[in-house]
Design a protein around this ligand. Sequence first.
Ligand code: BES
Ligand code: ZN
Length: 629
Amino acid sequence: MKKLLMVACAFALACQQTTKEMPTTTDTTTATTPVTEQRVSVPPSHSWSRPEEAAVEHLTLDLGVDFTKKQLAGKATLRIRNSGSANKLVLDTRDLTISRVTRDDGTAANYRVGDVQGTFGAPLEIDITPQTKSVTIEYVSSPNAAALQWLEPPQTAGKKHPFLLSQSQSILARTWVPIQDTPSVRFTYDATLRVPKELMAVMSASNPTAKSTDGVYKFSMPQPIPSYLLAISVGDLAFRSLGRNTGVYAEPSVVERAASEFADTQKMVTAAEELYGPYRWGRYDMLVLPPSFPFGGMENPRLTFLTPTMIAGDRSLVSLIAHELAHSWSGNLVTNAAWNDFWLNEGFTTYIERRISEKLYGKDHAEMLWTLGLKELRDDFETLPDADEHLVLNLNGRDPDEGATQVPYEKGALFLRLIEQTAGRDKFDAFLRKYFDDHAFQTMTTDRFIQLLRERLLVPNRIDETALQMSAWLHGPGLPPNAPLPKSEAFVTVEAQAKAAASGAAPSMLQTTGWTTQEWLHFLHSLPKDIGAEKMAQLDQQFAFTKSGNNEILAAWLELAVDNRYEAAYPALEQFLTSQGRRKFLKPLYTKLAATPEGLERAKQIYAKARPTYHSVSVQTIDEILKWQ
Ligand code: BES
Ligand code: ZN
């Protein structure tokens, strides 16, 4: 359920521009469907900027990182490309305090900050002339900047130093940099950061491998990127090399474990290059964050950000690395032009993730990943409104985060699998490789992709496109009847064991020898939702799920524990909810708890403690589930 939010225009100019998107007043008295949509008069780009008039082409950041004030302070210089006669540069800001704006000729520039419109922040309109080459904005960020999380030492592995992390996707970059915060604008950047001497700073750019003596760090990102890929982190970090152009950053007490878990990364880079052409970003490093990081991973260029909860000790969850690496082609190189086309980022990436996993670990393993993904997709179909099950989304006026369901990921990937199956793997691989070459560092829309698909794959190979039912995939709900369904033989065996367990077989009699994490996950998913606390206790006795060191298995087990009020797992549940902040793990658990009055009470008690340790992205989601004020 989403809240209704009607907001006035930021200022007259924006009003005129976006009149067509202005919502008509929703009649709440006669509505038969719940009034859920958050509709605002922000353009479909989710940005106030008007890059067609004047666009940012290079950003220079010069910032001090102040852990006491929890703020970034300094300046951003934006080099601009004027389309001809523009006399305004419009940027996005949210919770930034701007003290001064100057132009490259040294003169102070007039500027105004428009009205704040919730998640979308406020436009910053700067007066320029057609001759203006750059503007410099002096500003400080807010301690509540939604992209940033300022961690106290107890929230880190080392417990001695504070830590800063960022998460800019989808439209949070504007909370720490005044920028044209839309995926359709690309710019190069360089940065100077001043941080406490005992800490290291890293960004989505060229990075240091050791601490500097003076706490000053310089970065450069010579490839043009969209704003959602801007990233910063500061902490007590160490670096380990993993291969020719791969490595890992983490706190010193974590870095060895991480390096051993990530041992296959260089091979993944090679596998991806064999499929889709050269890796164009120089190095591929990863940063393991403290457990409050709200996502599994984030594909910040040159430096993927990762949750530590994926370190299982047996490398069983590294498809997450394959996923974030795959974004180096789908997303970072060829970027969705607007968030409505999010499947072009995530569906392609999920498909490529599976292809990399297949190359490294074989078809059987990849089919398990496809099947687990399909299960999550079907779970989402249970609760999503029809329109949000289309590949092409309508996120206009809504927080683009609302589109981040399994639909763009798994339905998107299955659509590509269908095309692969229809055209043949070799032809589809060649098509995709050329797609990345031809559109490197550019944006892409669904319409353009379909046009390319027709011109370069379907027509030349005389493939009858009616068989693809493209409009059902792109503009229809659920899975079309021609959806390719993954088949895992191993999982058929697992299902038989789950059935036996459910119908009373003693857990000690189950045939589970040699099961991988994916088989255990499928086993847990295959148990009846209402298996009962008694059978849960027997299974726990035999397999010690409550003590699992694998966070995916633990999360799946704890969901069952809540469903069945298996109280022996409640201390572990509380520990899990208070020791990590990954939204994918938190959301289903809080949702299930909130389904009963006692559960909701328990959830609220836990959340009161945990909330201050979560990133704003997770806080926003859980606040809504628990109706937290
Ligand atoms: N780019 C996403 C994370 C994201 C999506 C952030 C939407 C903000 C809005 C990242 O690549 C991703 O998909 N992460 C997944 C892991 C993946 C294996 C499905 C995650 O964090 O769960
Ligand atoms: Zn992704």
